[in-house]
Design a binder for this molecule. Structure first.
Ligand SMILES: Cc1cc2nc3c(=O)[nH]c(=O)nc-3n(C[C@H](O)[C@H](O)[C@H](O)COP(=O)(O)OP(=O)(O)OC[C@H]3O[C@@H](n4cnc5c(N)ncnc54)[C@H](O)[C@@H]3O)c2cc1C
Length: 454
């Protein structure tokens, strides 16, 4: 069995023995809900269904094991981020619905911690906020725009901190601080959720590959299972399932972890235990101080693979992992040259319009939740619980969120998908380089904004 090379998987290796695959008995059961994918989405959906209806017969299937995918190997930020910015949500859905979505996301940060506590999952949940640094004048402009947007809508909380009041990074011009971010050990949370689903009467089968999702039926390498509702909780991996290649585009995000660093280094940097950080460059970077005092640090920039292919070998890209180490050293040279103990990556699921969604078709019984880009840790709980409410016809506030839709836009066929995505990836680096020199928004940057739905 292949194991991801992530810090998180490495730290719970004793807990990665896969469960039994689908049995012939399972094929004969008439399930209420069959869920493809045992990541956060599949497991929160299962928990939501079992909470709404404790008698429900729920089956969760995973090709490898619960937490093999993005849910077990992410940056561990439980953030209130939604892939579409607030202004974009207002434009699409109107002010009230947009702000309801923002409030739900902020509540999700606490909710993940509360559920972990209720389910007795020791995943190191720590709510210490996030600091986003500005080290170039154009980054200060972006920080100010974020603060202005926050003030305009009055829901999120973002404050400016001068150098000396925040993290210690060379050339820092200031930073914003958002208290609504927590950190977790993602693999511990996802493995704990799988056990919680079983404790509530659900069945989790691992080592079972879903090959097709059809009305009220899921086809696997171990036969067909039938469910009144059938759920696609495969996120990036749905691109590998028949007929679902163009639903989300798999884009890799890569990470590194350092060896544990001494307290003196953390004192100098000023990063509290469990605090997260990023900066205002265009290329997404994200880091946290782990509970065992390492940096876990990641970023985008890895290539898209033609035909939306996913392979274990794509999890490591020497060039990108080196760039991550250089970026972290540039941000915090005080750390010296610690050993990089882990290098890994995984695919994010990018929807065509960069808007996460929950769709449930009552005629076919097919449900889908996802399209989180890099924000799925908190958002998957909201989406999973929302899908559970739709499946069990539970009348909650969630079913009125703008997350719920009736359609899911598809990506273009190849080679257009490849060309557009590579322009976006390469354009982001070019725009960062130009804009940090000129301190003005560039044409390339505007093209990238258009491609990423901003
Ligand atoms: C490196 C990285 C860093 C990230 N950092 C953050 C972060 O800090 N904060 C944040 O909010 N988000 C982050 N994300 C995104 C977040 O992790 C995801 O949005 C979220 O985990 C998606 O959960 P999911 O359950 O929908 O998908 P997944 O966790 O990917 O689950 C899908 C499951 O489907 C299984 N599967 C695959 N193919 C099949 C098949 N054919 N049949 C059956 N099962 C199959 C997989 O094994 C997997 O377990 C990051 C993602 C990555 C990759």
């Amino acid at each position: 069995m292949h194991h991801p090379t992530s810090l998180w998987h490495d730290q719970i290796r004793h807990d990665l023995t896969p469960r039994e695959p689908l049995t012939s008995h399972d094929n004969s059961v008439s399930w209420d809900v069959v869920i493809a994918g045992a990541g956060f989405t599949g497991l929160w959906t299962a928990l939501g269904v079992l909470t709404n209806n404790p008698e429900a017969k729920v089956l969760v299937l995973d090709k490898y094991y619960a937490g093999f995918g993005a849910s077990g190997r992410n940056g561990g930020w439980v953030s209130a981020l939604f892939p579409t910015e607030t202004a974009g949500l207002v434009k699409r859905h109107g002010l009230d619905k947009a702000l309801a979505m923002r409030r739900e996301m902020i509540a999700a940060v606490d909710s993940v911690g509360e559920w972990a506590k209720t389910l007795d999952i020791d995943c190191g949940y720590t709510k210490a906020g996030t600091t986003v640094m500005a080290r170039k004048p154009i980054e200060v402009t972006r920080a100010n725009a974020s603060i202005a947007e926050t003030r305009k809508y009055g829901v999120d909380s973002l404050t400016w901190r001068e150098p000396g009041e925040t993290l210690n990074s060379p050339g820092l011009l200031g930073a914003t601080f958002n208290p609504n971010t927590a950190t977790i050990h993602p693999a511990k949370l996802v493995r704990g959720l799988a056990r919680a689903v079983e404790a509530m009467g659900g069945v989790v089968r691992e080592q079972t590959t879903v090959t097709k999702i059809s009305p009220r039926q899921v086809t696997t390498d171990r036969g067909v299972v039938r469910g009144h509702a059938v759920v696609d909780a495969l996120e990036a991996y749905r691109a590998t399932v028949s007929g679902r290649k163009r639903v989300t585009l798999p884009l890799y995000s890569l990470m590194i972890a350092t060896e544990p660093l001494p307290e003196t280094v953390w004192d100098d940097i000023g990063l509290a235990p469990g605090e997260t950080f990023s900066d205002y460059r265009r290329l997404i970077i994200y880091g946290q101080r782990t509970s065992d005092n390492r940096f876990a640090f990641g970023g985008r920039g890895a290539p898209y693979h033609f035909g939306s292919t996913i392979k274990h070998s794509y999890d490591t890209v020497g060039r990108v992992h080196e760039a991550l180490t250089d970026t972290l050293t540039d941000l915090f040279p005080q750390m010296g040259t610690p050993a990089i103990t882990h290098r890994w990556g995984g695919p994010l699921g990018i929807p065509r319009d960069w808007h996460a969604r929950v769709v449930f078709n009552t005629t076919t019984g097919i449900g889908i939740a996802g399209g989180y880009v890099g924000d799925g840790v908190g958002l998957s709980q909201v989406a999973g619980f929302t899908l559970a409410d739709l499946i069990t016809t539970t009348n909650s506030h969630r079913v009125d969120l703008p997350l719920v839709d009736t359609r899911w836009p598809q990506w273009e066929p190849e080679p257009l998908r490849y060309l557009g995505t590579m322009v976006g990836i390469i354009g982001t680096s070019i725009a960062d380089a130009r804009e940090s020199k000129t301190n003005k928004p560039s044409l390339v940057g505007r093209i990238v904004d258009g491609l990423t739905g901003h």
